[in-house]
Design a protein around this ligand. Structure first.
Ligand SMILES: Cc1ncc(COP(=O)(O)O)c(C=O)c1O
Length: 414
Protein backbone atom coordinates (compact mmCIF):
# COMPACT_ATOMS: atom_id res chain seq x y z
CA UNK A 1 0.00 0.00 0.00
CA UNK A 2 1.03 3.59 -0.56
CA UNK A 3 2.20 4.71 2.91
CA UNK A 4 1.14 8.28 2.18
CA UNK A 5 -2.52 7.18 2.36
CA UNK A 6 -2.12 6.91 6.12
CA UNK A 7 -1.38 10.64 6.27
CA UNK A 8 -4.88 11.55 5.07
CA UNK A 9 -7.28 12.97 7.68
CA UNK A 10 -10.89 11.79 7.98
CA UNK A 11 -13.08 13.97 5.76
CA UNK A 12 -15.21 16.54 7.69
CA UNK A 13 -18.46 14.74 6.89
CA UNK A 14 -17.07 11.50 8.35
CA UNK A 15 -16.23 13.41 11.54
CA UNK A 16 -19.74 14.90 11.52
CA UNK A 17 -21.23 11.41 11.25
CA UNK A 18 -19.22 10.37 14.32
CA UNK A 19 -20.25 13.51 16.23
CA UNK A 20 -23.91 12.80 15.50
CA UNK A 21 -23.70 9.07 16.34
CA UNK A 22 -26.22 8.29 19.04
CA UNK A 23 -28.04 11.65 18.70
CA UNK A 24 -31.78 11.41 18.04
CA UNK A 25 -32.97 14.55 16.25
CA UNK A 26 -36.15 16.03 17.70
CA UNK A 27 -38.93 14.35 15.64
CA UNK A 28 -41.17 17.41 16.07
CA UNK A 29 -39.09 19.11 13.33
CA UNK A 30 -38.45 18.10 9.75
CA UNK A 31 -34.75 17.70 8.96
CA UNK A 32 -32.99 20.70 7.37
CA UNK A 33 -29.35 20.42 6.32
CA UNK A 34 -27.09 23.44 6.01
CA UNK A 35 -24.16 21.05 6.23
CA UNK A 36 -23.03 20.20 2.72
CA UNK A 37 -22.10 22.83 0.13
CA UNK A 38 -24.13 21.16 -2.56
CA UNK A 39 -26.29 23.48 -4.68
CA UNK A 40 -29.97 22.63 -4.54
CA UNK A 41 -31.47 25.16 -6.93
CA UNK A 42 -32.79 23.58 -10.14
CA UNK A 43 -30.41 22.71 -12.95
CA UNK A 44 -31.30 24.77 -16.06
CA UNK A 45 -33.61 23.02 -18.54
CA UNK A 46 -31.53 24.04 -21.58
CA UNK A 47 -28.51 22.32 -20.05
CA UNK A 48 -30.42 19.07 -19.56
CA UNK A 49 -31.64 19.32 -23.16
CA UNK A 50 -28.06 19.82 -24.40
CA UNK A 51 -26.99 16.77 -22.42
CA UNK A 52 -29.81 14.63 -23.83
CA UNK A 53 -29.23 15.96 -27.35
CA UNK A 54 -25.60 14.86 -27.27
CA UNK A 55 -26.36 11.25 -26.32
CA UNK A 56 -26.70 9.95 -29.87
CA UNK A 57 -23.31 11.07 -31.04
CA UNK A 58 -21.48 11.41 -27.76
CA UNK A 59 -21.00 7.84 -26.60
CA UNK A 60 -19.23 6.22 -29.52
CA UNK A 61 -15.75 7.69 -29.36
CA UNK A 62 -13.00 8.18 -26.80
CA UNK A 63 -12.74 11.91 -26.11
CA UNK A 64 -9.45 13.80 -26.30
CA UNK A 65 -7.99 14.89 -22.95
CA UNK A 66 -7.70 18.45 -24.26
CA UNK A 67 -11.45 18.51 -24.99
CA UNK A 68 -13.12 19.73 -28.15
CA UNK A 69 -11.96 23.08 -29.55
CA UNK A 70 -15.54 24.40 -29.35
CA UNK A 71 -15.69 23.78 -25.59
CA UNK A 72 -12.32 25.41 -24.98
CA UNK A 73 -13.48 28.37 -27.06
CA UNK A 74 -16.73 28.66 -25.05
CA UNK A 75 -14.70 28.74 -21.80
CA UNK A 76 -12.28 31.33 -23.19
CA UNK A 77 -15.22 33.45 -24.40
CA UNK A 78 -16.69 33.31 -20.90
CA UNK A 79 -13.36 34.42 -19.39
CA UNK A 80 -13.33 37.33 -21.78
CA UNK A 81 -16.89 38.41 -20.98
CA UNK A 82 -16.55 37.88 -17.22
CA UNK A 83 -13.00 39.14 -16.60
CA UNK A 84 -12.01 40.95 -19.81
CA UNK A 85 -9.16 38.44 -20.04
CA UNK A 86 -7.94 37.21 -23.40
CA UNK A 87 -6.15 33.90 -23.65
CA UNK A 88 -5.42 31.27 -26.26
CA UNK A 89 -7.92 28.40 -25.82
CA UNK A 90 -5.55 25.99 -27.56
CA UNK A 91 -2.55 26.63 -25.32
CA UNK A 92 -3.85 28.13 -22.10
CA UNK A 93 -7.00 26.21 -21.19
CA UNK A 94 -8.13 22.63 -20.44
CA UNK A 95 -11.51 21.16 -19.47
CA UNK A 96 -11.60 19.24 -16.18
CA UNK A 97 -14.09 16.83 -14.65
CA UNK A 98 -15.07 19.22 -11.88
CA UNK A 99 -12.43 21.31 -10.16
CA UNK A 100 -11.99 18.89 -7.27
CA UNK A 101 -10.08 16.35 -9.34
CA UNK A 102 -8.10 19.10 -11.04
CA UNK A 103 -7.13 20.82 -7.78
CA UNK A 104 -5.86 17.44 -6.62
CA UNK A 105 -4.13 16.57 -9.89
CA UNK A 106 -2.31 19.88 -10.22
CA UNK A 107 -0.26 19.09 -7.12
CA UNK A 108 0.75 15.72 -8.61
CA UNK A 109 1.82 17.60 -11.75
CA UNK A 110 3.88 20.42 -10.26
CA UNK A 111 5.37 19.06 -7.02
CA UNK A 112 8.95 17.80 -7.14
CA UNK A 113 9.08 15.78 -3.93
CA UNK A 114 12.79 15.06 -4.44
CA UNK A 115 13.56 18.67 -3.57
CA UNK A 116 14.07 18.96 0.20
CA UNK A 117 11.13 20.25 2.22
CA UNK A 118 8.65 20.48 -0.67
CA UNK A 119 5.83 22.63 0.73
CA UNK A 120 2.28 23.53 -0.31
CA UNK A 121 0.84 26.69 1.27
CA UNK A 122 -2.91 27.28 1.64
CA UNK A 123 -5.47 29.06 3.84
CA UNK A 124 -6.72 27.68 7.14
CA UNK A 125 -9.71 26.90 7.21
CA UNK A 126 -9.63 25.37 3.75
CA UNK A 127 -11.22 23.11 1.15
CA UNK A 128 -9.95 19.70 2.25
CA UNK A 129 -8.64 18.59 -1.14
CA UNK A 130 -5.63 20.94 -0.91
CA UNK A 131 -4.25 19.06 2.06
CA UNK A 132 -4.76 15.57 0.60
CA UNK A 133 -3.27 16.70 -2.71
CA UNK A 134 -0.16 18.02 -0.96
CA UNK A 135 0.33 14.92 1.19
CA UNK A 136 -0.13 12.44 -1.65
CA UNK A 137 2.28 14.46 -3.80
CA UNK A 138 4.93 14.00 -1.11
CA UNK A 139 4.85 17.62 0.11
CA UNK A 140 4.20 19.17 3.51
CA UNK A 141 1.16 21.39 3.95
CA UNK A 142 1.66 24.82 5.49
CA UNK A 143 -1.57 26.25 6.92
CA UNK A 144 -2.09 30.03 6.91
CA UNK A 145 -4.79 31.25 9.29
CA UNK A 146 -7.59 33.49 8.10
CA UNK A 147 -7.89 36.69 10.12
CA UNK A 148 -11.34 37.42 11.60
CA UNK A 149 -10.30 41.06 12.17
CA UNK A 150 -9.90 41.51 8.39
CA UNK A 151 -13.09 39.85 7.20
CA UNK A 152 -11.26 36.52 7.18
CA UNK A 153 -8.52 37.52 4.75
CA UNK A 154 -5.69 34.96 4.75
CA UNK A 155 -2.70 36.26 6.76
CA UNK A 156 -0.09 35.41 4.10
CA UNK A 157 2.28 37.92 5.73
CA UNK A 158 2.67 35.51 8.65
CA UNK A 159 4.35 32.86 6.47
CA UNK A 160 8.05 32.74 7.45
CA UNK A 161 10.61 33.50 4.72
CA UNK A 162 12.11 30.02 5.17
CA UNK A 163 8.75 28.47 4.29
CA UNK A 164 8.33 30.62 1.18
CA UNK A 165 11.82 29.50 0.12
CA UNK A 166 10.71 25.85 -0.08
CA UNK A 167 7.15 26.46 -1.32
CA UNK A 168 6.35 24.82 -4.66
CA UNK A 169 2.60 25.36 -4.81
CA UNK A 170 0.11 27.75 -3.21
CA UNK A 171 -3.65 27.28 -3.23
CA UNK A 172 -5.72 30.44 -3.06
CA UNK A 173 -9.49 30.26 -2.72
CA UNK A 174 -11.42 33.38 -3.65
CA UNK A 175 -14.29 33.63 -2.85
CA UNK A 176 -13.21 31.47 0.05
CA UNK A 177 -14.79 28.32 1.39
CA UNK A 178 -15.89 28.58 4.19
CA UNK A 179 -15.26 32.29 4.84
CA UNK A 180 -16.57 33.84 1.62
CA UNK A 181 -13.61 36.26 1.64
CA UNK A 182 -12.67 37.72 -1.76
CA UNK A 183 -9.03 38.60 -2.45
CA UNK A 184 -8.46 42.21 -3.59
CA UNK A 185 -5.89 43.28 -6.19
CA UNK A 186 -3.29 44.23 -3.54
CA UNK A 187 -3.37 40.70 -2.10
CA UNK A 188 -2.84 39.23 -5.57
CA UNK A 189 0.03 41.64 -6.18
CA UNK A 190 1.74 40.40 -3.00
CA UNK A 191 1.28 36.74 -3.96
CA UNK A 192 2.52 37.28 -7.52
CA UNK A 193 5.57 39.04 -6.11
CA UNK A 194 6.27 36.10 -3.77
CA UNK A 195 5.74 33.63 -6.62
CA UNK A 196 8.25 35.54 -8.75
CA UNK A 197 10.80 35.53 -5.96
CA UNK A 198 10.44 31.90 -4.97
CA UNK A 199 9.24 30.27 -8.19
CA UNK A 200 6.10 28.60 -6.85
CA UNK A 201 2.90 27.92 -8.76
CA UNK A 202 -0.36 29.56 -7.69
CA UNK A 203 -3.54 27.49 -8.09
CA UNK A 204 -6.49 29.84 -7.74
CA UNK A 205 -9.72 28.05 -6.82
CA UNK A 206 -12.61 30.24 -8.00
CA UNK A 207 -15.56 27.86 -7.94
CA UNK A 208 -17.76 30.38 -6.03
CA UNK A 209 -16.93 33.31 -8.34
CA UNK A 210 -20.50 33.69 -9.62
CA UNK A 211 -22.27 33.78 -6.25
CA UNK A 212 -22.15 37.30 -4.84
CA UNK A 213 -24.59 39.76 -3.40
CA UNK A 214 -24.11 43.17 -5.00
CA UNK A 215 -26.19 44.03 -8.04
CA UNK A 216 -24.88 42.68 -11.31
CA UNK A 217 -24.26 46.03 -12.93
CA UNK A 218 -22.42 47.65 -10.00
CA UNK A 219 -19.04 45.98 -10.43
CA UNK A 220 -19.80 43.63 -7.56
CA UNK A 221 -18.46 40.49 -9.24
CA UNK A 222 -15.39 39.12 -7.42
CA UNK A 223 -11.99 39.83 -8.95
CA UNK A 224 -10.44 36.74 -10.58
CA UNK A 225 -6.75 35.83 -10.47
CA UNK A 226 -6.30 36.03 -14.26
CA UNK A 227 -8.01 39.42 -14.20
CA UNK A 228 -5.72 40.56 -11.37
CA UNK A 229 -2.66 39.30 -13.25
CA UNK A 230 -3.71 41.12 -16.40
CA UNK A 231 -4.38 44.34 -14.48
CA UNK A 232 -0.87 44.06 -13.06
CA UNK A 233 0.64 43.64 -16.54
CA UNK A 234 1.25 39.90 -16.24
CA UNK A 235 -0.51 38.85 -19.40
CA UNK A 236 1.52 35.63 -19.78
CA UNK A 237 -0.03 34.45 -16.46
CA UNK A 238 3.36 33.04 -15.45
CA UNK A 239 3.09 30.37 -12.75
CA UNK A 240 -0.66 30.95 -12.41
CA UNK A 241 -3.57 28.57 -12.99
CA UNK A 242 -7.21 29.33 -12.23
CA UNK A 243 -9.94 26.74 -11.63
CA UNK A 244 -13.53 27.55 -12.64
CA UNK A 245 -16.51 25.28 -12.16
CA UNK A 246 -20.07 24.85 -13.39
CA UNK A 247 -21.14 23.09 -10.19
CA UNK A 248 -22.19 26.18 -8.21
CA UNK A 249 -22.57 28.59 -11.13
CA UNK A 250 -25.10 26.42 -12.95
CA UNK A 251 -26.35 24.15 -10.12
CA UNK A 252 -24.93 20.99 -11.68
CA UNK A 253 -22.56 19.41 -9.14
CA UNK A 254 -23.39 16.02 -10.66
CA UNK A 255 -22.30 17.04 -14.16
CA UNK A 256 -18.61 17.20 -13.09
CA UNK A 257 -17.47 20.03 -15.28
CA UNK A 258 -15.03 22.89 -15.01
CA UNK A 259 -11.88 24.18 -16.62
CA UNK A 260 -8.39 25.30 -15.76
CA UNK A 261 -6.72 28.27 -17.45
CA UNK A 262 -3.50 30.27 -17.30
CA UNK A 263 0.23 29.70 -17.86
CA UNK A 264 0.73 27.84 -21.18
CA UNK A 265 3.77 25.88 -19.94
CA UNK A 266 1.84 24.62 -16.91
CA UNK A 267 -1.15 23.73 -19.08
CA UNK A 268 1.11 21.70 -21.35
CA UNK A 269 2.54 19.75 -18.39
CA UNK A 270 -0.96 19.33 -16.93
CA UNK A 271 -2.23 17.95 -20.25
CA UNK A 272 0.59 15.38 -20.25
CA UNK A 273 -0.24 14.33 -16.68
CA UNK A 274 -3.94 14.15 -17.42
CA UNK A 275 -3.44 12.07 -20.56
CA UNK A 276 -1.87 9.32 -18.48
CA UNK A 277 -4.21 9.81 -15.57
CA UNK A 278 -7.17 9.34 -17.93
CA UNK A 279 -9.19 12.42 -17.19
CA UNK A 280 -10.84 13.26 -20.51
CA UNK A 281 -14.34 14.75 -20.29
CA UNK A 282 -17.24 12.82 -21.83
CA UNK A 283 -18.41 14.40 -25.12
CA UNK A 284 -21.94 14.45 -23.69
CA UNK A 285 -20.78 16.53 -20.73
CA UNK A 286 -18.73 18.70 -23.08
CA UNK A 287 -21.82 19.54 -25.11
CA UNK A 288 -23.81 20.52 -22.02
CA UNK A 289 -20.87 22.48 -20.63
CA UNK A 290 -20.53 24.47 -23.82
CA UNK A 291 -24.17 25.49 -23.56
CA UNK A 292 -23.80 26.37 -19.88
CA UNK A 293 -20.73 28.61 -20.26
CA UNK A 294 -22.53 30.37 -23.10
CA UNK A 295 -25.55 31.43 -21.04
CA UNK A 296 -25.60 34.08 -18.32
CA UNK A 297 -29.37 34.45 -17.74
CA UNK A 298 -29.62 31.34 -15.55
CA UNK A 299 -26.61 32.50 -13.54
CA UNK A 300 -28.27 35.84 -12.86
CA UNK A 301 -31.48 34.09 -11.76
CA UNK A 302 -29.42 31.86 -9.49
CA UNK A 303 -27.69 34.87 -7.92
CA UNK A 304 -31.06 36.53 -7.35
CA UNK A 305 -32.18 33.53 -5.30
CA UNK A 306 -29.03 33.58 -3.16
CA UNK A 307 -29.27 37.35 -2.70
CA UNK A 308 -32.85 37.00 -1.51
CA UNK A 309 -31.95 34.23 0.93
CA UNK A 310 -28.90 35.95 2.39
CA UNK A 311 -30.71 39.26 2.82
CA UNK A 312 -33.45 37.54 4.82
CA UNK A 313 -31.46 34.98 6.77
CA UNK A 314 -28.31 36.94 7.74
CA UNK A 315 -30.00 39.65 9.88
CA UNK A 316 -32.03 37.00 11.68
CA UNK A 317 -28.96 34.95 12.57
CA UNK A 318 -26.98 38.08 13.47
CA UNK A 319 -29.34 38.50 16.45
CA UNK A 320 -27.84 35.41 18.08
CA UNK A 321 -24.55 34.59 16.29
CA UNK A 322 -21.39 36.48 15.38
CA UNK A 323 -22.16 36.59 11.66
CA UNK A 324 -22.23 39.05 8.76
CA UNK A 325 -22.91 38.93 5.04
CA UNK A 326 -19.73 37.51 3.42
CA UNK A 327 -18.02 39.08 0.40
CA UNK A 328 -19.38 36.20 -1.72
CA UNK A 329 -20.07 32.38 -1.81
CA UNK A 330 -23.13 30.62 -0.38
CA UNK A 331 -21.81 30.12 3.16
CA UNK A 332 -22.26 31.87 6.45
CA UNK A 333 -19.22 31.47 8.71
CA UNK A 334 -20.66 32.17 12.12
CA UNK A 335 -19.22 32.43 15.62
CA UNK A 336 -21.31 30.51 18.16
CA UNK A 337 -22.18 31.87 21.64
CA UNK A 338 -19.38 31.44 24.18
CA UNK A 339 -21.49 29.34 26.52
CA UNK A 340 -21.18 26.37 24.14
CA UNK A 341 -17.44 26.18 24.88
CA UNK A 342 -17.98 24.47 28.22
CA UNK A 343 -21.13 22.58 27.32
CA UNK A 344 -19.89 19.03 26.81
CA UNK A 345 -16.57 17.62 28.03
CA UNK A 346 -14.28 16.86 25.12
CA UNK A 347 -16.32 18.84 22.56
CA UNK A 348 -15.31 22.24 21.20
CA UNK A 349 -17.94 25.00 21.16
CA UNK A 350 -18.68 24.48 17.46
CA UNK A 351 -19.10 20.72 17.94
CA UNK A 352 -21.37 21.19 20.95
CA UNK A 353 -23.45 23.76 19.05
CA UNK A 354 -23.85 21.46 16.04
CA UNK A 355 -24.76 18.43 18.15
CA UNK A 356 -27.29 20.21 20.37
CA UNK A 357 -28.86 22.00 17.40
CA UNK A 358 -29.42 18.68 15.64
CA UNK A 359 -30.82 17.08 18.79
CA UNK A 360 -33.19 19.93 19.63
CA UNK A 361 -34.17 21.41 16.25
CA UNK A 362 -33.11 18.87 13.59
CA UNK A 363 -30.90 21.36 11.74
CA UNK A 364 -27.46 20.25 10.53
CA UNK A 365 -24.52 22.68 10.46
CA UNK A 366 -20.83 21.86 10.07
CA UNK A 367 -18.42 22.52 12.97
CA UNK A 368 -15.77 24.95 11.77
CA UNK A 369 -12.94 23.11 13.52
CA UNK A 370 -13.48 20.22 11.07
CA UNK A 371 -12.54 22.52 8.18
CA UNK A 372 -9.31 23.78 9.73
CA UNK A 373 -6.19 22.38 11.38
CA UNK A 374 -4.74 23.30 14.72
CA UNK A 375 -1.41 25.11 14.40
CA UNK A 376 0.53 26.22 17.50
CA UNK A 377 -2.45 25.42 19.68
CA UNK A 378 -4.89 27.44 17.58
CA UNK A 379 -7.59 26.05 15.29
CA UNK A 380 -9.03 29.04 13.39
CA UNK A 381 -12.30 27.18 12.81
CA UNK A 382 -12.93 26.50 16.49
CA UNK A 383 -15.99 28.30 17.83
CA UNK A 384 -17.43 28.80 14.33
CA UNK A 385 -19.88 26.84 12.24
CA UNK A 386 -20.36 26.79 8.48
CA UNK A 387 -23.89 27.10 7.19
CA UNK A 388 -24.50 26.46 3.49
CA UNK A 389 -27.61 28.35 2.38
CA UNK A 390 -28.23 26.00 -0.51
CA UNK A 391 -31.84 25.00 0.13
CA UNK A 392 -34.78 27.07 -1.07
CA UNK A 393 -35.40 30.39 0.69
CA UNK A 394 -38.37 29.20 2.75
CA UNK A 395 -36.40 26.28 4.15
CA UNK A 396 -33.35 28.43 4.94
CA UNK A 397 -35.60 30.93 6.72
CA UNK A 398 -37.18 28.13 8.70
CA UNK A 399 -33.71 26.89 9.72
CA UNK A 400 -32.72 30.41 10.76
CA UNK A 401 -35.86 30.74 12.90
CA UNK A 402 -35.03 27.48 14.66
CA UNK A 403 -31.41 28.56 15.25
CA UNK A 404 -32.63 31.83 16.82
CA UNK A 405 -34.92 29.90 19.18
CA UNK A 406 -32.15 27.42 19.93
CA UNK A 407 -29.68 30.17 20.89
CA UNK A 408 -32.22 32.14 22.85
CA UNK A 409 -33.13 29.12 24.94
CA UNK A 410 -29.54 27.91 25.37
CA UNK A 411 -28.27 28.38 28.88
CA UNK A 412 -25.29 27.02 30.77
CA UNK A 413 -26.07 23.46 31.79
CA UNK A 414 -25.09 23.73 35.46
C1 LIG B 1 -13.62 25.65 -2.46
C2 LIG B 1 -14.04 24.56 -3.37
N1 LIG B 1 -13.27 24.28 -4.43
C3 LIG B 1 -13.62 23.31 -5.30
C4 LIG B 1 -14.77 22.57 -5.12
C5 LIG B 1 -15.04 21.46 -6.11
O1 LIG B 1 -16.08 21.76 -6.93
P1 LIG B 1 -16.34 20.90 -8.26
O2 LIG B 1 -15.44 19.70 -8.23
O3 LIG B 1 -17.76 20.52 -8.19
O4 LIG B 1 -16.00 21.82 -9.40
C6 LIG B 1 -15.59 22.82 -4.04
C7 LIG B 1 -16.80 22.01 -3.84
O5 LIG B 1 -17.53 22.08 -2.91
C8 LIG B 1 -15.22 23.85 -3.14
O6 LIG B 1 -15.97 24.15 -2.07
Amino acid sequence: MNPKLSLLQPYPFERLRQLFAGVTPNPAFSPISLGIGEPRHAAPAFLKAALAGALDSGLSNYPATAGEPALRQACADWLQRRYRVLLDPNRQLLPVNGTREALFAVAQTVIDSARPGATVVFPNPFYQIYEGAALLAGAQPFYVASDPARRFATAWERVPAAVWARTQLLYACSPGNPTGAVMPLSEWADLFDLSDRHGFVIASDECYSEIYFGTDDAGAAPLGALQAAQQLGRSDFKNLLTFSSLSKRSNVPGLRSGFVAGDAALIQAFLLYRTYHGSAMSPVVQAASRAAWGDEAHVQDNRRLYREKFSQVTPLLAQVLDVALPDASFYLWAGVPALFAARWPGLSADEAFARDLLAQYNVTVLPGSYLAREVDGHNPGRGRVRMALVAHPAECLQAAGRIVRFCESAAPLN
